[in-house]
Design a protein around this ligand. Structure first.
Ligand code: COA
Length: 163
């Protein structure tokens, strides 16, 4: 669970030594760099810029250094996790789970579902989502560019209606 003790209105201590704050335009180059390091078909600067305008976009920092991000959206009582990443050298320390827990805490009480799409081959992410109660509810065939042709997306849903 995210530590809700606020350092100020926009900075959340999410784990010892790590803070989460809303992303700003100056973060875009860093977001692209992290995304390019962790995924073969990364979002570009325009996609991040659009996300900053349209979605809830946060950066995970160790001091002044960007080490991850979280982007989600909510319309009425339906929410969608649009992107989440942790810089490779910081993976496996529980930070991805902290980011997802922060998202879940933010929408709990106002959303009944959190949906996401994930590559069928993305086993670490699928394990993270399943561990947080997401279930496979559908597929989008050939949804992503893949290393050899197209790759399917799994649609996953976390049911928040029971609290
Ligand atoms: C998915 C991602 C955010 C996980 O971040 P992380 O900080 O490494 O994850 P955590 O250390 O918090 O691990 C949480 C859970 O994820 C799963 N997990 C993480 N890394 C894993 C791996 N290499 N293999 C299998 N499961 C893994 C485990 O279930 C783990 O729980 P556990 O520690 O109790 O076993 C990270 O791997 C990442 O940035 N991937 C590239 C970007 C991406 O694919 N984003 C998802 C787009 S849909």
């Amino acid at each position: 669970m995210a530590d809700s003790s606020l350092v100020d209105n926009s900075l959340v201590a999410i784990k010892a030594g790590f803070t989460l704050r809303p992303a700003i335009p100056d973060d875009i180059a860093g977001l692209v760099k992290i995304e390019s390091d962790v995924t073969p078909f990364p979002w570009n600067a325009k996609q991040f810029a659009d996300s900053l305008q349209s979605h809830l976009s946060y950066v995970l920092c160790k001091g002044n250094r960007l080490v991850g991000f979280l982007i989600f959206n909510q319309v009425l009582d339906e929410a969608e996790l649009l992107n989440i990443a942790v810089k490779t050298s910081f993976q496996g320390e529980g930070l991805g789970a902290c980011l997802l827990d922060y998202c879940l805490a933010e929408i709990s009480g106002s959303a009944v579902n959190l949906f996401l799409e994930v590559r069928v081959s993305n086993f670490p992410a699928i394990a993270l989502y399943e561990g947080r109660g997401f279930r496979h509810v559908g597929e989008r065939r050939a949804y992503y560019h893949g290393e050899s042709g197209r790759e399917d997306a799994l649609i996953m849903r976390c049911d928040l209606s029971s609290g």
